[in-house]
Design a protein around this ligand. Sequence first.
Ligand SMILES: *[C@@H]1O[C@H](CO)[C@@H](O)[C@H](O)[C@H]1NC(C)=O
Ligand SMILES: *[C@@H]1O[C@H](CO)[C@@H](O)[C@H](O)[C@H]1NC(C)=O
Ligand SMILES: *[C@@H]1O[C@H](CO)[C@@H](O)[C@H](O)[C@H]1NC(C)=O
Length: 342
Amino acid sequence: MAAVGRSAPGTRLLLVLLAAPLLHVAVCLEPISMGIAIAAASAITGYMSFPEFYCGRLVECCRVDKPLNSTALQADLKENLFGQHLAQEVIYRAMTGFMSTENPKKPLALSLHGWTGTGKNFVSKMIVENIYELGMQSKFVHLFVSTVHFPHNSLIPLYKDQLQSWIRGNTSRCARSIFIFDEMDKLHPGLIDAIKPFLDYYEHIDGVSYRKAIFIFLSNAGGDLINRQMLDFWNSGKKREDLQLKDMENVLSVGLFNNNNSGFWHSGLIEKNLIDYFVPFLPLEYSHVKKCVLAELRHRGFEEDEELASQVAAEMTYSPKEYKLFSDKGCKTVSAKLSLHL
Ligand SMILES: *[C@@H]1O[C@H](CO)[C@@H](O)[C@H](O)[C@H]1NC(C)=O
Ligand SMILES: *[C@@H]1O[C@H](CO)[C@@H](O)[C@H](O)[C@H]1NC(C)=O
Ligand SMILES: *[C@@H]1O[C@H](CO)[C@@H](O)[C@H](O)[C@H]1NC(C)=O
């Protein structure tokens, strides 16, 4: 019962059984009449759309055919992600493009780069929540953290088999599965190789198609390059918002390619063009940290308090030394710092 498709006959039966008080006559009818009975019952109870009736209420469904609400995603990105105009743009473009393609040629692979606390995890959650209501709790969403899930180098062969069988097993149950790999820069090259075939342009592998799946890779790799570029830009007197994607793209792909520690360079993920989008996360400034504090206050049900926000933002450390421009931990410790004040 783990991954129920939209029209699995078993689900219909389950629905009828669960909705028995409403439709106890329907149980003995044939499937088609049952469908009609349910549609009628749905209409009566105000649930006009059949999948919407049981998906989410009775059982979580694999949302392979559900369109993305791009308006909602855009609003979400605009209102809740601070200081990341490039990431906003790329994520929006990537998600709307991929989700509206009926037969994508490969799964979507996003690689998110930037310093800690700049919003990489936050955006991943946002993407997930715009597809599955249960968000990270959804059984179709799988998070792997390198140091937590794959800590021992001696066990790499085991991890490799496990990881491949999980990706295969979950995707065969639900084509719109989402796999998130955090700390990608700490992931063993052997495991990156293990993921590689799933990202490629195959129609299917052993009967399973991966083309509707979504892979999100998070890493700090390239963070220093992004920050240096941002600092140069600032030093030349330009506005942050004028920084364009092309200013970053080159820096990032060349930098990652040549950097020993990026966890990518030897993997062939870049070389074989298996990553669809590199998403740069810019270092956050004082004003962005302040916005994070205000958002956190709202989230906890408090009034917005400018003074308190300034105070908390000022407690963060900023670099480089001579300018004190970028928050060292982005917005990461905002929540904990705020708790000390409340
Ligand atoms: C999409 O999201 C917007 C904003 O959250 C909402 O107003 C609208 O009803 C949604 N559209 C659909 C089709 O769900
Ligand atoms: C799906 O992935 C999870 C890990 O997120 C794993 O525990 C589970 O066994 C996988 N399911 C299948 C059917 O492979
Ligand atoms: C790669 O690592 C080696 C030793 O760890 C170092 O000497 C070399 O400069 C590094 N190359 C790059 C491009 O970072």
